[in-house]
Design a protein around this ligand. Structure first.
Ligand code: NI
Length: 174
């Protein structure tokens, strides 16, 4: 089921998501909803808080560049064990539509996470996938990519962000 994406500047995007300690069948449906919502919006990754669930859970399409993406990777409580290299690439976020900016992040990450059954895994990701995992972990900590944009460039972003704030107020009838 498609779920509405929480949009900037919704205060929920500033929440620190809670660790998942109990694993049950209800997460299968949530993971399916998140995957459908992410793909419908042409995203590569999505954190649970972006559909309003404040738990440390994310989905990511490892095979985003294939026509048949297969199953998405579902990760709970992801934790970075090691980072290597650095790369600056234009980044966006489904919660901040139409805003794209260069962001510097590690090129390679080693990540520990739990799967839908609570089983622990350690995986390495590179390039866009490393960037995606780091971006979603930021969401779990209430951080958005625009906070990583250097101050000089942030000034340039202000007009776009003001527009999103205005739309948000109108949608919420504030
Ligand atoms: Ni995002």
């Amino acid at each position: 089921m498609l779920r509405p994406i929480v949009l900037y500047p919704d205060p929920r995007l500033k929440l620190k998501s809670k660790p998942v300690t109990q694993f049950g069948p209800e997460f299968k449906e949530l993971a399916a909803d998140m995957t459908e919502t992410m793909r419908n919006a042409s995203g590569v990754g999505l954190a649970a808080i972006q559909i309003g669930e404040d738990i440390r859970m994310m989905v990511m399409d490892e095979h985003y560049d294939r026509e048949d993406k297969g199953e998405s990777l579902v990760m709970f409580n992801p934790e970075v064990l090691q980072e290597e290299g650095s790369e600056t690439i234009e980044e966006g976020c489904l919660s901040i539509p139409d805003v794209r900016e260069d962001v510097e992040r590690s090129f390679k990450v080693k990540v520990k996470y739990q799967d839908l059954e609570g089983k622990e895994h350690v995986s390495e990701f590179e390039g866009l996938l490393a960037r995606c995992v780091l971006h979603e972990i930021d969401h779990m900590n209430g951080q958005l990519f625009i906070q990583k944009v250097p101050a000089v460039k942030r000034l340039f972003l202000k007009r776009q962000l003001d527009e999103l704030k205005k739309n948000y107020k109108e949608a919420a009838h504030l």
